[in-house]
Design a protein around this ligand. Sequence first.
Ligand code: S3P
Length: 176
Amino acid sequence: MEITKQHLILIGLMGSGKSSVSRCLSTLTGMQYLDTDWMVEAQMRKPITEIFTQFGEARFRELEHEMISKAVSESEPSIISTGGGAVVNAANRELLWRHGWVTYLQADAELLAERTARDQNRPLLHTKNPASCITELLQARAPFYEQADWLVPIRGQSIEQVAEEIHRRWRAVTRR
Ligand code: S3P
């Protein structure tokens, strides 16, 4: 089973720093970086907000699943950053956990709300009260996030510190 775990996968809610930490990890490890949100955008040639508006969340979730399948099938070990809702789908979880070491970038709702406050490309937060939306999403998704192989708290840590912690764990399991 573990032999197939060849990627380094980041999960966590919007604003937890998956993209920044992935970029840093890519520099530290020399591994390529894939972002499933960007893959969806590239496939549709549209930003995520437009995909949600024109086709709806259900279509986005189908595309997200396709891109996750594609990313984990890469023959080259890769850093894979996922969208915050990817882990809700059981088929996505099965693929992610089977093909990679999954890290949950753990943060409290207050910090996540602060970090996403000025972001426009997150359609789920286009509501009257984005902070309470973050609280609800975190509550609903935490049981999935917490199934990660590694849980790394981000509060008080720089992007580099978080990436180094994940890199340390990665070296320990892959002996690289
Ligand atoms: C979503 C998170 C977003 C993106 C989409 C839906 C979610 O990704 O996939 O807007 O359901 O939490 P980030 O977590 O990278 O912002």
